[in-house]
Design a protein around this ligand. Structure first.
Ligand code: FAD
Length: 399
């Protein structure tokens, strides 16, 4: 037999990687066994979850199972991985089963860096009172319910962390779509953005759209104005910033982030909380035979997005097949595209190409961003393209 690859995490990176490994198997002399370990029977997608929060979409449209992967020959195990033993080349699942691997792929996404935000801890009370909705599912629906329960004239605060973080433009898309909901249903309300950054992706496009669509409804306090959140008190729903205290009616607190905890258990994280990799093979710089893809890896210039995780999953699969066959992996060229929807029928996009440079990915030529001044037809076209992007990437990842 040729080998056994265990993939941990069935999100955009892991599912794409498992499928690609199974397809690339034909390249190998012997058999390739691909095992995907993921505790949830149904995956809930973060892309387009801002539409669910704004009441524009049902959560069911966000959900995908692993039936197709299983039908294609991937062994899907519905457990969480609790321990990784790199020396023994094995993982242990929550039910106590040990599974050996030749190569291990980690795509666990993010976890929160609770130490970096006093008051917001792993206890359920913080995320119930101040939902992050930065992992999709119950949190998405909770934030939706809190918006529905808010009176007209209320304030919705969104606390945004510094980079690196999952999907840097998504908080601003969320602010836009919440403003859309408020404008149509509770027009005296406000959105207050408390931001640990001064600049953000596609800023001029967002700010122009906000003025055009929502007037004064969205207010943003950036880093230089003291907008960085330094602590929270979930019991009183208080957000403390460098500038002052806020007690909004709805508090969407997005805590600082790091790689999913299992990456730390594997010994694959460094002092940043993320996983340094060789960008040609995605192999960890810290643990042999362990590859890290998606949000959890230190990608450098490549943003943490579903688009990037999917592309990395496929490139990592190709590299592993080459390694198992004794060939030298080729440096990948990755493409990522990110759509932002600020109102129904109003979207814009950012596309980039990335290649390994040293220990990270660097952006190379060929990227594109939507023009700041463009007719509404282009915005409408890009909103429709965003929908098609979602159909395509979820079909490519989950079947
Ligand atoms: P995930 O997709 O989060 O998958 C991780 C999986 O690992 C999960 O299923 C989890 O259950 C599993 N897991 C974790 N620990 C273990 C363990 N110990 N054992 C087994 N399994 C485990 N990206 C875009 O490209 N376009 C967008 O429009 C977009 N919009 C977004 C909007 C929002 C509001 C947010 C929050 C994100 C958005 N993103 C978008 C980013 C995108 O969701 C992530 O970048 C992407 O999901 C990363 O893929 P991943 O495989 O690294 O992690």
């Amino acid at each position: 037999s040729t080998g056994r690859v265990v993939v941990v995490g069935g999100g955009f990176g892991g599912a794409a990687c498992a499928r690609a490994l199974k397809r690339a198997r034909g390249d190998l002399q012997g058999d390739l066994q691909v095992i995907l370990i993921e505790p949830n029977a149904v995956f809930t997608s973060c892309p387009f979850s801002n539409e669910v929060i704004a009441g524009l979409r049902d959560i069911e449209a966000q959900q995908f199972d692993y039936d197709r992967l299983a039908a294609e020959g991937v062994t899907v195990i519905g457990q969480a991985v609790t321990t990784i033993e790199p020396q023994l080349r094995g993982v242990l699942t929550a039910d106590g089963v040990a599974l050996p691997y030749d190569r291990l792929v980690l795509s666990p996404g993010i976890d929160f860096h609770f130490d970096a935000l006093p008051g917001y801890d792993a206890a359920a009370v913080a995320s119930e009172k101040m939902p992050h909705a930065w992992k999709a599912g119950a949190q998405t629906l909770l934030l939706r319910r809190q918006l529905e329960a808010m009176d007209d004239g209320g304030t919705v605060a969104i606390a945004i962390p510094a980079n690196p973080s999952r999907c840097p433009p998504a908080p601003y898309e969320r602010a836009s779509l919440i403003a859309h909901y408020l404008k149509t249903r509770k027009p005296r309300s406000k959105v207050l953005i408390l931001d640990a950054k001064d600049d953000f992706p596609q800023q001029r496009l967002f700010e122009k759209a906000w003025k055009e669509l929502y007037g004064e409804m969205i207010e943003r306090i950036g880093l230089s104005q003291g907008g960085r959140v330094t602590s929270v008190d979930p019991a009183t729903k208080t957000i403390v910033t460098e500038f002052g205290n806020y007690t909004p009616d709805v508090a969407n607190v997005i805590p600082p982030q790091r790689a999913g905890h299992i990456a730390e258990i594997a010994g694959a994280t460094d002092a940043t909380g993320w996983c340094p990799i060789d960008p040609v093979t995605f192999e960890s710089k810290l643990v042999k035979n362990v590859h890290v893809i998606g949000d959890a890896c230190l990608g450098g210039g490549i943003p943490k997005s579903a688009s990037a995780a999917n592309a990395q999953g496929k490139a990592c699969a190709a590299a592993i097949v080459n390694l198992l066959a004794g060939r030298t992996p080729e440096a990948p060229r990755l493409t990522g595209v990110c759509y932002n929807t600020v109102a129904p029928g109003y979207g814009f996009s950012l596309a980039g190409n990335y290649q390994p440079r040293g220990d990270i990915f660097a952006e190379v030529e060929g990227g594109a961003t939507s023009p700041v001044d463009a007719p509404r037809e282009l915005r409408a076209r890009e909103a429709a393209e965003a929908e098609r992007w979602f159909q395509t990437i979820t079909a490519d990842t989950f079947g």
